[in-house]
Design a protein around this ligand. Structure first.
Ligand code: RAM
Length: 347
């Protein structure tokens, strides 16, 4: 399996230019070419541009590993572009450039469900297939959404973990990513519903936004602890947020006293599980998400599928996937990580 072979493979090291923009391109199937809707590279696969929420985020570094591997397998052209800050405005210029350059497909993790829609629809008017992954736009702005896991399942896993860790009662806070992030906002709404329905003794005192920026997330954690001396737990449904919060807690008096859970990468969280700051958190495999996204974008751009409900396509080592309602393809289930299993994972 590709994933086992690549367990130790780190994402490409990024040297971020001061310009806040970066472009990575690896030709795995020929020159970039002008893909259009007909396909793309000489290798037979499509030329696909990937636009994550932000660069320098280890989660998207991991998804890139899967994207590149997939492009290598189907002989496509891989390009990654993106901003350093996770904002929708910063994504628009990259979408416009991909359109002008004639990418066959664009895969984007949206920083806002609506703000990038005009740019995406212009891309589609110019025969660029648009796939969202990780964080969706409104469905009318894209052809497919590659969802990491069912949103209700992601929300329930996080509520179950915090409830277990604080004994089912007390004050908690949520440390999220950017305020308009589609994925985090969907999960938070469902988490609040789940808490209200099944955990009436847990009170969410505040939801704060670290913008998927390490320092901002660190500072927001400090402020939460200062503002709420009775706080029993923090849920951070973002890999950037949970890692920054763990770093803060690990050297504070709150270590082991204030529970921290949410969505994190095993590689970023390992030291905090080992030192007792964190007992359990969850995630899916972002390498697999990138890999599946690349295969789906390729299937669309080469005309293998139209993106209709019921369409099926092969995603290499992951096997066959089916397009569901609203153009959604779901990768699988989230995994919980704790001291017993964290060393089995490397992403
Ligand atoms: C961060 C990003 C990403 C999200 C993960 C869980 O890396 O916000 O969109 O899916 O956390």
């Amino acid at each position: 399996m590709w994933f086992q072979n690549n367990k130790k493979k780190a994402g490409a090291v990024l040297a971020l230019a001061a310009s806040a923009a970066l472009l990575l391109s690896s030709c795995s199937g020929g020159d970039a070419g002008n893909g259009g809707s007909e396909g793309g590279s000489e290798g037979g696969g499509a030329s696909i541009t990937f636009l994550p929420k932000n660069l320098g985020n280890p989660y998207f570094d991991a998804s890139r590993t899967g994207e590149e591997a997939a492009a290598g397998e189907f002989g496509g052209e891989f390009t990654e572009v993106g901003p350093t800050e996770a904002t929708p405005d910063a994504q628009v210029s990259f979408i416009n450039t991909a359109t002008q350059q004639g990418a066959a497909a664009l895969a984007v993790a949206a920083n806002d469900p609506q703000a990038i829609c005009d740019a995406l629809n212009e891309a589609r008017d110019n025969d660029v297939k648009v796939v969202t992954f990780d964080s969706d736009t409104n469905p009318e702005c894209r052809d497919l959404f590659i969802n990491q896991a069912d949103a209700a399942g992601i929300a329930k896993a996080q509520v179950d973990m915090i409830a277990e860790q604080i004994g089912g009662e007390g004050q908690i806070a949520i440390l999220s990513a950017a305020a308009n992030a589609t994925n985090q906002n969907a999960w938070i709404d469902l988490m609040n519903e789940e808490l209200e329905a099944n955990h009436p003794d847990i009170e969410v005192v505040e939801t704060v936004y670290g913008d998927d920026d390490d320092q901002t997330s660190f500072d927001k954690t400090a402020a939460l602890l200062q503002t709420y001396p009775e706080l029993k737990g923090i849920v951070s449904p973002t890999t950037v947020g949970i890692a920054a919060a763990a770093r803060y807690l690990s050297t504070s008096d709150a270590k082991g006293e204030v529970a921290l859970t949410g969505l994190g990468t095993p590689n970023q969280m390992r030291e905090y599980v080992e030192d007792g700051t964190v007992t359990e958190f969850a995630l899916w495999n972002p390498e697999e998400l990138g890999y599946l996204t690349a295969f789906a974008a390729n299937a669309l751009a080469t005309g293998e599928i139209a993106g209709e409900e019921g369409d099926t396509f092969e995603a290499g080592d992951l096997g066959e996937y089916t397009v569901g309602a609203d153009g959604e393809v779901v990768l699988g289930e989230p995994t919980r990580f704790n001291a017993d299993n964290i060393d089995d994972f490397d992403f």
